[in-house]
Design a protein around this ligand. Sequence first.
Ligand SMILES: *[C@@H]1O[C@H](CO)[C@@H](O)[C@H](O)[C@H]1NC(C)=O
Ligand SMILES: *[C@@H]1O[C@H](CO)[C@@H](O)[C@H](O)[C@H]1NC(C)=O
Length: 395
Amino acid sequence: MAVGANLLRLASLIVVARGLQLDPAFVLSQSTLGLSAAGKAACLGGWIKVTASANNTKLLVKSPTGQPDLTQTTVDMATAGVNYAATVNGGPNHVSGTYRLYVKLCEPVDPDAALKVQTLQFLNHGGTLDHTYWDLAPGYSYVDAAAAAGYATFNYDRLGYGLSDHPDPNQVVQAALQREIAHQIIGVLRKSTVGGKRIKNVVGVGHSAGSALTMAIAAKYPADFDALILTGISTSVEGVVIAQIAFNLIPAALDPSGRFDGLDKGYLTQGAVVQDFQFPFYRYPDFDSTIFRKQFDTRQTTVFGELLTFNSVVAPQPAYTAPVDVVLGQQDYIFCQANCSYPKDQAQTFVNALFPASRSKSTFLQPNSGHLIAQHYTAGKGFAHSLEFLKSNSL
Ligand SMILES: *[C@@H]1O[C@H](CO)[C@@H](O)[C@H](O)[C@H]1NC(C)=O
Ligand SMILES: *[C@@H]1O[C@H](CO)[C@@H](O)[C@H](O)[C@H]1NC(C)=O
């Protein structure tokens, strides 16, 4: 890029930084300005501190001492006649604390488009991933697609992921606390301004575990979101246990890359061979091997605290009336055992079962895609579908 163009970019980023006025409750530290993968969005990143408390579950589990212990736990979870989550539920457990979280706010790089932004999309990543799932590379970035369509996005690493704090992975990093943290952030975002105006709408957008959390927020705080886009989730859970075995989870601290050295062994990640990542997440040959490699090399962690508590916060919401969109990769293994048309369309089944009163239901089975819909060749089709869903609902 020519020097002149670079300077122009920088100038527009500074305007963006001024335009993104965060409520004073947000003190963004070590903030940096940058562009999204394909440069459609200008982004302000940094760390915030959130104080939150929640009624978590006392989990009767300990971090594994090593691989044999963890492998046996995987067997216990997949044992016939056992409801593992119920056997380790030790009752309520109140937790509270102040946590440091990495966040990124993006808006259209075009200043005219930035001035017109009315809707912010609150993005929530899945397990063993982080905020980069939404902005991995040019052509594989929902952040870019949303900005090009006139939306701002808020993206973050949930507690226990990526650049955010990693407290006790069993008792603290659980669904209930994640929900309270997100609710507080959404409250602040609703008081913040983009391009000098208050944000009018906030849409909850999730992938996989992030969809479960988005639903949990909507269930307890229905006013937080004006619409939901839930991806990589369904009521067909036969594939979940098989996928969990396929993950071949290891204590992340033992990963040969050394990226997770020193983490509590309760932080887990997929094994270091690519099959452990491909089987649950990808549909071969419908992805670019460099994209696969990038996502594999930057993969993050997951924790029993979340894995065992998301079920307890996800339930049908018969009173929820806001628009809901559901997108699944047609060959998602985790949530459809690789066939989201079996026995019938699982996206439709899901939205009808969980949000019967939604005034505007929309679904899409993204062709030629496994679980990570944003990382297959057809990613753009899924993005376009969800953005069209928002436009058609005047959001
Ligand atoms: C936790 O439970 C107590 C007692 O039921 C309740 O008063 C409190 O509001 C709950 N806290 C949260 C954050 O939901
Ligand atoms: C998926 O299931 C549907 C419905 O049973 C069936 O018609 C279709 O052939 C299956 N697809 C594949 C690829 O097996």
